[in-house]
Write a new protein. Sequence first.
Length: 364
Amino acid sequence: ERPLSARPQPKMAGAGSLWRVGALLLPPAWRLRAPGRAFSAAAGRGGSSGGGRLMLGAAFALGGSAGLCLAARQRLREHSAAELPTGSLQLTLYQYKTCPFCSKVRAFLDYHGLPYEIVEVNPIMRKEIKFSSYRKVPILLANAGSPLQLNDSSVIISAIKTYLISRRNSLEEIVSFYPPIKTVTEKGKEVLEYENKYWLMLDEKETKRVYPVKEVRVEEMKWRKWADDWLVHLISPNVYRTPKEALASFDYIVREGKFGTLEGLFAKYVGAAAMFFVSKRLKKRHQLRDDVREDLYEAVNKWVKAVGKNRLFMGGNQPNLADLAVYGVLRVMEGLEAFDDMMVHTNIQPWYQRMEEVIQKTGV
């Protein structure tokens, strides 16, 4: 495999022209039509503008294009960009704490010991990112001599990793190797995608140092993509599997997210009820089994089998980008019934505990 482009390409469409609410996999009746407008309930009843935004805001805080996912009850350390030496890479992460894609980025930054400042975004009004035409999270503002905005979790990770390995190019030039491209799905829907987002833009010498054999690189890219294209889609149907689980999920969202008092109460009870029914539609869309736990168990066991018995991590003695991606996605269920069931009924626990330990150690 080779990158689609090793040179900057003409910008085909701005992110602002492809505004999305981060719910690309939801049925049309559950999509927010435009900022400030209401969305319809699954049963066909129109929601009020304020109520609809509250419910959807609470929901899409959980997962970007993966549908609506729940985040981990994790030990998140606040990092301050002010801690960086003068002239170093300064980072500000705009996030929903309850977003698995944001969790992926935090896992990456923490593992590499990179200080960063967190700005929690209100998932309803999103005033914190009003400066950006790109309306999803995570957004990473990076300053390595000049300010730069990075979008899409996988692009963020690939670009920053490339910058850490190779200082031949400026961060701005590196980011230009991941151009946004407007594409149309088979169903005729316009989406914004980023080229090369699973590639590290390294020269031959750097590539051999990071990936001693070609298969190592291919494996890492394959499983990073798997985490985005499949694993993350199993989260919503599992955390909203029953009314009880849906309520527990939204209880955590409200406590950890940036909601006002009334917003939180509405989101917790109305959102939980709504997402219980939406999860059933997601299950059908992704052709999951009646017991969605079985799909989750199968996926994580497939990951464990890929890591194998002779490696601590897929990256060997240390995690690679695939390890960090899978860990970032799975930990969004931490503290919920789905997470506990996964730990009991699969072989993931030893690897997961090693990931926790190594990130805590290297992130200190």
